[in-house]
Design a protein around this ligand. Structure first.
Ligand code: NAP
Length: 222
């Protein structure tokens, strides 16, 4: 592999003496909204990450029966959303890879590309993380990256859920509550379908893109 994303291809290569922390925002991003961006920014600060790459899932394995927006649109929205933050970029890694999208393949690709002084932090929604024991090669995922689960306000991770994860694996998961995650992609799709505005809920460039491409028209509440 010769390329991950425009901004961070050289991360870690310049200074082998220093440890770098790369955040990986995994998600469907249909569409990417300010909740995702605020979440990434807060986690970047909290964990001292040097960069965060948003990687929209190509063919999300658990969503094959759903009507997902074509990957090139979801990637382009991520790219536009990241433009104004020098710590963020979007990668088409999962979109360019043929077949179903598995996180373990993505982490292996990143691990093979970046030198050892780059540590990987995989960030995604807590709901998704709770199903991680069912993901392909979940133990390998846990050994390749630190796992960060972003939660919405009021989301309670029960001791039972935590204990369940520990029973099934040796995953170490850090939870981060993010206020702005009260926004959800499914609500935004429904808003467009109902003729309501997405202004201020997505970045202006994403707002313009959704309008220009006519995305989410006719979407009903799921
Ligand atoms: P999802 O079920 O759509 O998301 C679960 C919840 O987390 C939703 O409320 C979602 O909010 C939120 N969320 C999703 N991504 C987030 C992020 N990066 N930061 C904060 N909140 C986020 O999950 P998904 O999008 O399908 O999958 C999430 C990631 O897990 C993807 O990278 C996917 O490839 C990976 N995954 C891998 C496997 C596997 O390897 N077998 C299986 C499942 C998922 P919004 O709807 O507002 O985004």
């Amino acid at each position: 592999m010769t390329h991950i994303c425009e901004r961070f291809d050289s991360l870690g290569f310049d200074n082998p003496e220093r440890t770098y922390r790369l955040g990986i925002m995994g998600g469907t991003f249909d569409p990417i909204h300010i909740g995702h961006l605020a979440c990434a920014e807060q986690i970047r600060e909290k964990f001292g990450l040097d960069a965060i790459v948003f990687i929209p899932a190509g063919v999300p394995v658990y969503k094959k029966h759903l009507d997902i927006t074509p990957a090139h649109h979801r990637f382009e929205m991520c790219r536009l959303a990241c433009e104004s933050n020098p710590f963020f970029d979007a990668s088409s890694l999962e979109i360019d890879r043929a077949g179903d999208t598995y996180t373990v393949d993505t982490l292996r690709d990143l691990r093979a590309y970046y030198p050892e002084n780059v540590e990987l932090y995989f960030i995604t929604g807590a709901d998704a993380v709770f199903s991680i024991i069912k993901w392909r090669e979940s133990s390998a995922i846990a050994s390749l990256a630190h796992l960060i689960a972003a939660t919405r306000p009021g989301y309670v991770v029960s001791d039972e859920q935590k204990a369940d994860l520990l029973l099934h694996s040796d995953f170490s998961i850090t939870y981060a509550e993010v206020t702005a995650l009260a926004i959800s992609s499914s609500d935004l799709r429904a808003r467009v379908g109902e003729g309501k505005s997405l202004r201020y809920l997505v970045m202006q460039r994403v707002f313009d893109y959704i309008e220009r491409e006519g995305l989410y028209q006719g979407v009903a509440h799921e």
